[in-house]
Design a protein around this ligand. Sequence first.
Ligand code: EPZ
Length: 437
Amino acid sequence: MEKYVIHGGRPLHGSVEISGAKNAAVAIIPAAIMVRGVCRLENLPEISDTDTLLHTLTYMGAKVNMINRSTVELDCTHVQMDTLPEDMWVRTRKIRASYYLLGAMLGRFGRARTTMPGGCNFGVRPIDQHIKGLTALGADIRLNGGFIIAEAKDGRLKGGTVYLDKVSVGATINIMIAAATAEGRTVIENVAREPHIVDLANFLNSMGADVRGAGTDVIKIRGVKQLHGGTYTLIPDQIEAGTYMTAVAAAGGAVKIANVIPKHLECISTKLREMNVEVEEGDDYVLVRRDGPLHAVNLKTKPYPGFPTDMQPQMTAVLCCAPGVSVVTEGVWNNGRFKYVGELKKMGAQIEVEDQSAFLQGVDHLTGAVVRSCDLRAGAAMVIAGLSAQGVTTVEDIVYIERGYQDVVGKFRALGADIRCVDEPEEPADPADISAG
Ligand code: EPZ
């Protein structure tokens, strides 16, 4: 089983290039199903989630031509429904974003069959708002044997108005994709405003759609008959950038984080400055420096432009060593997103979770240990903790991390971190454990 082995305690120095946004890529690739013609996507992140979705489209009959590591040409002119073999569904259902196939197939074919979504396991991840929105566009939706089956009345979706009861990135994206070719006008209210929502709207519009208001809390869409091919460059990944920023905060040092949109990082930069971390903004980079003691802070995660929930584990890992008491409150997911706290406690962190908050008492330093990646961002937090800890940290279940981070070992090694990926045989089950039942 592949693991990361980290010898901590080394400050980070140098420059790191941020890749394309994972949560934009996993929306835009399925959305390409709607396009009759060639979509050229640039600045695509090289991560397993994009691989899985590109494979899925290939099985559906799309022509997928990798121009280079971060550029792909997708031609979905001849894609069809119901062509995914069972073993491909097994792989597709592992990622949360598989549910975007629902909106894309409905928009393209007027019907859809896709699996219930998987993704990071930090508690219940309902899809009621997706169903509410697609139903408002005239789709009949039913769940059957782990699959979602949908059918547009009269064979084509019709524009409608929907108010989302909960601000949902996924529901906003799914409804936006489906509405792009629905007949008439769609208004979606109380939508998510994340950078990747705006990126998807810009992608759809560059392919001939008419989507307005992305980035505000109301999106208005005038359906078009069909979408044409074109070229689109994805935005850089806000969360990957934030992860490297918090790594510098934890390990110390000075790093230029290049190919970012500083506006997308504002909440993270502000919070880090409160923690006595220097953050200097350039046009397309931020300079992060930390050489003094960290300050304890309180933070609460919220939908964008609030503090991103996908940065919560990473920030907690930094605050373990901020003298004093910090409180981290999860305002988007349930407290299943704190599952990783037990792993930090193996490293000597003093944290107690109560309801939606983690209460941290800063310690002088963490100590290396063998820890698990409970999910994608929790895995990133374990790397950050290992980089700052004294001694050796082994991070297991790195398959989660590689779903969302491109070349994390290479990028950290280039910053002077002593991190490497090793492939060790799985520990044989201890007969005593088995006999103990
Ligand atoms: C997206 O998940 C991201 N994943 C998540 O990032 C991110 O944490 C989340 O948005 C919030 O920003 C992708 O984009 C692939 P939501 P999503 O729908 O769309 C509730 C990562 O680390 N809700 O915005 O599944 C839900 O329970 C991943 O990259 C409903 O109640 O999140 C949650 O409390 C982890 N009903 C809240 O809304 C619904 O129908 C936000 O969920 C949908 C959601």
